[in-house]
Design a protein around this ligand. Sequence first.
Ligand code: IMP
Length: 188
Amino acid sequence: MATSSAHMESEFHNPNLEVLFSAEEIQARIKAMGAEITRDYAGLNPLLVGVLKGACFFLSDLMRSIDIKLSVEFMAISSYGSSTRTSGEVRILKDLDVPIEGRHIIVVEDIVDTGLTLSYLLANLKSRGAASVKLVALLDKHERRERPVEIDYLGFQIPDHFVVGYGLDFAERYRNLPFIAVLKNPEA
Ligand code: IMP
């Protein structure tokens, strides 16, 4: 195996990152959110819908803090920075594998930014005859909102900075950070 210094550089201690929420802070907040959802959805057998890829990490921890019968599905929608973005057009790249008529849906998202993705997705799921559709988001960048989106369960409110880690990426990098950090210089 090569032993060049490039292989030794720690991604977790990258000086281009400024920690916003530690792994411990994230886990504590998720436990509280899970307890709230456990109380609210007792007996309702909700279907958690994770939005790929970013929300997987959050979803995986959150669902283990929800102590009731539930199931989980995934959707993929056109990603941040796509050319259709400014038009507000959103594309479903991977749809649900099950019908949701009469089900209680909890959409799990990593971050709500402009709200374009979520306002489309929530309306789309409601139109399929779900009994209820609610949203849980780990982060809310409220200042950037262009479309109103109601967040039923929120982890943290954050200022208008580009953040990475705990599933959030910049050009597919940094998803593996156990904490959430501000990316100081995206060009670096
Ligand atoms: P929205 O449609 O503008 O609300 O964007 C939601 C999506 O944009 C999220 O699911 C993320 O994939 C991405 N996104 C928005 N802000 C950030 C950020 O600060 N870091 C990483 N991804 C982000």
